[in-house]
Design a protein around this ligand. Structure first.
Ligand code: ADP
Ligand code: MG
Ligand code: ZN
Length: 477
């Protein structure tokens, strides 16, 4: 029997909640922290006779993402009813888009193992979210706060070939949505959800295999694991001489496996038809142009600019741009201290260690204060070591570095007379080691430096200490 090499084929469907103030077809708030059914009205609870009115901001946000992903924005698109019955969907249908979506034919660039690859987008369409069922022991409940929250669904072409590429693609989409400020990308709260379609085929075969869809996976790691599990499972099915059945599966994160939810035969027939309560959506080309002008610099462009402008490594730059707020923080810091490399090092080590990339920019250590702290190092007012102690205090108190320096008397001492005095004291106290040094144990030099630094409570200028010690140790010979 010949060994077959299989190639996975993967397509992703992402649902992103738009960060509008109000829902897509009514004026209800979209706030996440709310009492059950606090933000509901006759429209989003599906009372008969109520008419939806489209939220313009939701269209603007969708167009932003469509432009950022190089999609063609259709001047005319159609809302459609997707009919199915479920208690979290009181109307009995979801308003979505079907054969005439808002946007189509885009692409997203991803980087895997230093290689750039384009993943084509099939379409981006708008729709409303459903509510949420909550199952108790004796009763079930429905919370409709989420019903009517605007979503975009971003559907890729089956261009992804590994779990790693899928992860990179999803992270890129999430970064774009966050940079555009159209979605907060919060996976735990469900504002960024993903369905993956996986099939495998012998590598030399042109036609794709039968796919399975794994629904509603709520973390990047689980997406990657679910894909790997599916690839393996399908290969085993084929190797066993059986056929993969087209079906919808769910990811069980406790058991690390997928399981069948429903087969193709049980699949819904949604009976899509144009929504009679809404006019065709017209997006004027002039408006699209206007929106295009408001697009911010995205992570990819920012990274390239940082590398060029500030001579940062690709690695450092990509860490700094992982959050827009962090990238802005970095640029505010260098405006004050004028040292990009120093600022980058401090942000990537100290700031991120304390607060992580998402909270860094809003931490008690403001960019102004960090910039001032680094400027004190550059000027030689404080040593790098003292700066770390001051930073700790800034983290705890949110105070300005100068205030801490003053209060704690931490100014670096560069005064030659004072340093000479410390050096002489140390050499006197450590007479035995000085003799050893002169007998050839020159490695002891570092020990003397350490002793002088200790004596100065870390405040002596290390360069000056070195210089003075060298002089004194030679002189004494
Ligand atoms: P549906 O309307 O049933 O969701 P689509 O044709 O719109 O199906 O495809 C949904 C997703 O599945 C898309 O992301 C697409 O790229 C992907 N896909 C389609 N065929 C395959 C396949 N054979 N293997 C893997 N993914 C696929
Ligand atoms: Mg689907
Ligand atoms: Zn409402």
């Amino acid at each position: 029997m010949k060994d077959t090499t299989y190639e996975p084929v993967i397509g992703l469907e992402v649902h992103a909640q738009l960060k509008t103030q109000s829902k897509i077809f009514c004026g209800c708030s979209t706030k996440f922290d709310a009492k059950e059914n606090e933000f509901t009205c006759p429209v989003c609870t599906g009372m008969p006779g109520c008419l939806p009115v489209l939220n313009k901001k939701a269209v603007e946000f969708s167009v932003k993402m469509a432009l950022a992903t190089h999609c063609q924005v259709n001047e005319r698109s159609i809302f459609a009813r997707k009919n199915y019955f479920y208690p979290d969907l009181p109307k009995g249908y979801q308003i979505s888009q079907y054969d005439q979506p808002l946007a189509q034919k885009g692409h997203v660039e991803i980087q895997v193992d230093g290689q750039t690859k384009k993943i084509r987008l099939h379409r981006i369409h708008m729709e409303e979210d459903a509510g949420k069922n909550i199952h108790g022991t004796i009763s079930s409940y429905v919370n409709l706060n989420r019903a009517g929250i605007p979503l975009i669904e971003i559907v890729s072409e089956p261009d992804v070939r590994s779990s790693q590429e899928a992860g990179a693609y999803l992270r890129e989409l999430r970064s774009m949505l966050r940079y555009l400020e159209v979605c907060d990308g919060n996976m735990e709260e469900g504002s960024f959800r993903c369905d993956v379609n996986v099939s495998v085929k012998p590598i030399e075969q042109k036609e794709f295999g039968t796919r399975c869809e794994v629904k509603n996976i709520n973390s990047f790691r689980f997406v990657e694991k679910a894909i790997e599990y599916e690839i393996q499972r399908q290969i085993e099915v084929l190797e066993g001489g059986a056929k993969v059945i087209q079906e919808t599966r769910l990811w069980d994160s406790d058991q690390n496996k997928t399981f069948s939810m429903r087969s193709k035969e049980e699949a819904h027939d949604y009976r899509y038809f144009p929504e009679p309560d809404l006019l065709p959506l017209r997006v004027a080309p002039a408006w699209v142009e206007e929106i295009k002008r408001t697009l911010p610099e995205l992570a990819k462009q920012k990274k390239e600019r940082f590398m060029k402008m500030y001579q940062l490594s690709s690695y450092d730059a990509s860490l700094l741009v992982q959050e827009k707020s962090l990238a802005q923080y970095f640029e505010s810091v260098i405006e004050i201290c004028k040292e990009p490399k120093l600022a980058s090092n401090w942000i990537l080590s100290e700031l991120l260690r304390e607060f992580g990339p998402e909270q860094g920019a809003t931490s008690p250590v403001t960019p102004q204060h960090l910039g001032e702290l680094l400027a004190l190092i550059v000027k030689g007012t404080i040593s790098g070591k003292i700066a770390k102690q001051i930073f700790e205090k800034m983290v705890q108190t949110g105070q300005a570095p100068q205030a801490i320096v003053q209060k704690e008397g931490l100014i670096q001492v560069s005064d030659v007379a004072q340093i000479e005095a410390w050096v002489e004291e140390v050499l006197k106290e450590q007479k035995a080691f000085v003799d050893k040094y002169h007998a050839g144990q020159t490695k002891l030099f570092g020990f003397f430096v350490g002793e002088v630094m200790k004596k100065s409570h870390g405040k002596a200028n290390p360069a000056k200490v070195n210089e003075t010690l060298k002089k004194k140790l030679v002189k004494g010979a």
